[in-house]
Structure formats: structure tokens, C-alpha cells
Design a protein around this ligand. Structure first.
Ligand code: ATP
Length: 437
């Protein structure tokens, strides 16, 4: 039996993952048949609260099988009975969700999907890369006889159904710990040195501490019940955090299987096919020098096959902007990033520099071939003329030198503090026995 839920939180509290722990409590007579899943969906949807995450539980009789149907070598053979009472589970899930969801806040529109099968993975692909309508989703759920329920505008059903459709090809884990109730809404006591110690003590965790910006990245700043979340490729290793992060005692924790850090949201595309709400990967070349605008955002144009689009490294990407500022016209690059509704700009998450053009700067006007005197410029891009003997020279005759570039060919990513949940950290791209390379 699968239970999928979404859109239970608001900016002022709650977290859909916390409800996973409450549902596990509610269904204590059942066993978890798989890790609870935390599935991130399209990071560009305008109506998300924070990270556009939905949660899926797979529950069944498991170890609690009750029906004896045989005896083999002295051991009873157990049958897990009829599938759990669907109607009962559906109603109890609705009761738990309605009692915790922040439904008095605008923009909280919870959704629940319950059933024995998953929708086709195509629904997940669309949900993580594009916009899905409620009508599309309810048609799919009706065809599959899956039960669903929603409050408000019922939008949460979209995320719940898309999350249920996820089949992990690439996946990671997150251990999320939750605060004692009396601490909710107060500032978190997360010690920076403990977070660094955790990072050093683990081989396969990522996005834990941002050494570039000198900031911990495991604790949120919102007033939600989460104390911290530690992400990684090995679920057992994540439990080390419980012994290392001691500054505030969590009340409970749960390890989720997630699509975080997998790049599942990215579509390889051409600039001419880019539209709002997608996250794209494009191969292109730099078409204008990067400029810094008010607010510290860095913008530049990129071009590919006659189409052009603006790329942006916004202020929250901090030191990454310094890398982007080193690009010059003609550099061949690849960009990964999300597209908002307006303006149609690539919000850069990752950059790969494939080929740097030579940066040439003029150091002097040319010498006159006839009399040897230094020539004068006639005007911008208009060439040179010798004042003494009127000999003409081309723009290209000027004396130039090659300037050393302050950027190398290769990969660059935004700092941990600016990274999206779904974005694959570069360290995950290369994994050895002793940790990420
Ligand atoms: P948190 O991550 O803190 O749990 P959130 O960022 O997930 O919160 P929600 O409150 O769940 O934000 O809001 C996201 C809403 O967008 C949900 O109602 C969800 O069903 C809907 N949604 C998610 N993905 C899509 C999509 N691809 N198309 C349309 N709606 C979507």
C-alpha cells in the first residue's frame, strides 16, 4: 500500500517530511516495506513553499504477517493477508494530514494519494521537469483506480501523484532530524565546528558545509520542525550525524530515499526550445561580456545556432559570479539552469567551460611602414593614419599581446548554500572507495 502526500506546509511552519513520521506512528501495526521517499519536483513551479518536496510511504504487513498458512521445518509460513484495508488507510491518512497541515495559511492545499500501484514513470518525469495540471493527474489516478483527496484548490494531489510515480534510477538519502516541539520556531543551535566534524567524518555525504562561504548547510532557517538534514549516498553513514551534531538534541529522525542531487530536473535542449518553468542544459558560446547589475547579479548573453538567451548568476550564487565574470565573447561553454516565468533567463546552476578563446589586448598603435613614426587612430574601428606622411594602416596593424585568462577550462558549480535540492553536486560525479574524488 502506497501513501503519497504533498503541500501540507506553509512559510510559517510544518514540513511535509514531518508528516511522514506522524503517519508511521499512526500506522504502527504496519511495517515500512521500503525507505520513505522524499521526492523533489520541478524547482521552478511558482507556487512552491520552499523545496517542492512530496513524500511517499510504502506500508504493508511485512514482519507483522498474521495469517498462518503452513508449517515448514518447524517454522510457520505466514501469508500477509488481504491487502491492508484500503478505505481505512485512506481515511486515517486524511485524518493525520488534515490535523497537521497548515490549511489556515494561504497556499497550503494538501493532497493525498493512496493505492496499491504506482502511476507510470512519465508522470514523475513531467512533474520534475515541467508543469502538470490537476486534470491530467486526476485522469491518470481515475484510470488506475487510485484513491485521492485534496483540500483548498487540491493542488497537492499533483505533487503526491508525481512523487508516487518516481522509480529511482539514480538516488541519494537524507537523514532528517526533527526538533522537540517546545523548540519549534526558535533559532536552531547548530554548532559550526560540529558540522565540519561531521563532514570530515563521512565519506559519502554532500552539501553539508560550504567552505567557500564558510556556512553550515544542514539546518534550514525556516520555522519548520526540521533540526537538520544530512545528505549522502550511503544511508548507514548518515547516522553518524546523530553522534556528532550534539548542540541541540533532536526529538526524532527518519532516513529518506530521495531524488536529491540527481539532476533529474534537467532537460538537454536548444536555446530556441527554451520556455518558462523548465530546467535546461545547453551547449552555447558567450555572446556578450558579463555585466554586473544593481543587486550584484551578473548577466551575459549566450548563443547557439542563431538563437540567443540571457544567462544570469544571481547575487545568492556569491563567489560563482566571480567565475562567470571571467568569461569573454566566443568562449564555448555548457550551462545548466532553471527558467522562471519571466524574464526568460537561464538561472545558472552549473557551468562547464569547453574552450577558452584567446584574450588579446592592444598595447600600442602601429608604426608607419614608410617613415617609422607611431600612427594615430582615425576613430573607433576605422584604422590608423600617419600624421607625418599620411600612410594608412588597418585596425589589425596595432601592436597586441595575449593576456593570460584567469579561468581554466573545466567544471564550475554554485556554492553549496546556493545549490538546488535536485542539482547534482560535482563531487557525486566521481566516486571512489575512499569517498568522492
Ligand atoms: P516543502 O518542500 O517545504 O515540503 P514545497 O516547496 O514542497 O514545500 P508545496 O507547499 O508542496 O511546496 O507546494 C508545491 C505545490 O506545487 C504542491 O501543491 C504540488 O502539488 C505542486 N506541484 C509540484 N510539482 C508540480 C508540477 N510539476 N506542476 C504543477 N504543480 C506542481
Amino acid at each position: 500500500m502506497y501513501i503519497a502526500i504533498d503541500d501540507t506546509d506553509s512559510k510559517s511552519g510544518m514540513c511535509t517530511t514531518f508528516l511522514a513520521t506522524e503517519l508511521i506512528k499512526e500506522f504502527s501495526e504496519l511495517s515500512l516495506l521500503d525507505f520513505p521517499r522524499l521526492v523533489r519536483l520541478n524547482p521552478n513551479v511558482p507556487w512552491k513553499t520552499r523545496g517542492n518536496g512530496a513524500v511517499v510511504l510504502e506500508l504493508g504487513y511485512g514482519k507483522n504477517k498474521k495469517n498462518v498458512i503452513g508449517e515448514i521445518d518447524g517454522e510457520t509460513a505466514l501469508w500477509d493477508g488481504e491487502s491492508a484495508l484500503d478505505e481505512d488507510i485512506f481515511q486515517r491518512t486524511i485524518d493525520v494530514v488534515s490535523s497537521w497541515a497548515e490549511t489556515d495559511r494561504e497556499g497550503t492545499d494538501p493532497g493525498v494519494v493512496v493505492g496499491n500501484i504506482r502511476p507510470d514513470i512519465g508522470l514523475y518525469h513531467k512533474g520534475v521537469t515541467d508543469i502538470v495540471t490537476l486534470e491530467e493527474v486526476t485522469n491518470i489516478l481515475d484510470d488506475l483506480d487510485l484513491r485521492y483527496w485534496g483540500m483548498g484548490n487540491r493542488r497537492g494531489i499533483i505533487g503526491a501523484a508525481a512523487a508516487l510515480a518516481w522509480v529511482p534510477l539514480d538516488c541519494t538519502y537524507e537523514l532528517i532530524s526533527y526538533r522537540k516541539r517546545e523548540n519549534w520556531g526558535t533559532s536552531r543551535r547548530i554548532n559550526r565546528d560540529e558540522v565540519i566534524a561531521l563532514d570530515k567524518a563521512t565519506k559519502y555525504t554532500f552539501d553539508t558545509f560550504d567552505y567557500r562561504e564558510n556556512k553550515q548547510a544542514i539546518a534550514p532557517s525556516s520555522p519548520c520542525p526540521v533540526l537538520y538534514g544530512v545528505r549522502g549516498d550511503e544511508h548507514e553513514e548518515l547516522k553518524k550525524s546523530l553522534g556528532i551534531i550534539k548542540s541541540e538534541e533532536p526529538e526524532r529522525y527518519l532516513i529518506f530515499l530521495t531524488n536529491q542531487g540527481t539532476d533529474d530536473h534537467i532537460r538537454d535542449t536548444n536555446i530556441c526550445d527554451i520556455r518558462s518553468y523548465l530546467s535546461v542544459h545547453i551547449r552555447c558560446s558567450v555572446a556578450s561580456s558579463p555585466i554586473t547589475i544593481e543587486g550584484g547579479h551578473v548577466l551575459f548573453e549566450v548563443t547557439e545556432d542563431g538563437s540567443t538567451i540571457t544567462a544570469a548568476a544571481y547575487e545568492p550564487t556569491k563567489s560563482f559570479r566571480g567565475i562567470v565574470r571571467q568569461l569573454i565573447i566566443g568562449d564555448e561553454i555548457e550551462l545548466w539552469g532553471g527558467i522562471r516565468e519571466e524574464p526568460l533567463t537561464v538561472n545558472v546552476e552549473r557551468l562547464k567551460v569547453n574552450n577558452l578563446v584567446k584574450k588579446i589586448t592592444k598595447i600600442a598603435n602601429p608604426e608607419c611602414d614608410s617613415c617609422g613614426k607611431r600612427m594615430s587612430s582615425v576613430g573607433k574601428d576605422a584604422g590608423y593614419r600617419c600624421k607625418r606622411c599620411s600612410t594608412k594602416g588597418d585596425e589589425d596593424d596595432a601592436l597586441t599581446e595575449v593576456v593570460e585568462r584567469k579561468i581554466l577550462e573545466g567544471w564550475y558549480e554554485v556554492p553549496v548554500v546556493a545549490r538546488r535540492h535536485l542539482t547534482k553536486p560535482l563531487k557525486r560525479m566521481c566516486r571512489g572507495k575512499e569517498g568522492y574524488c
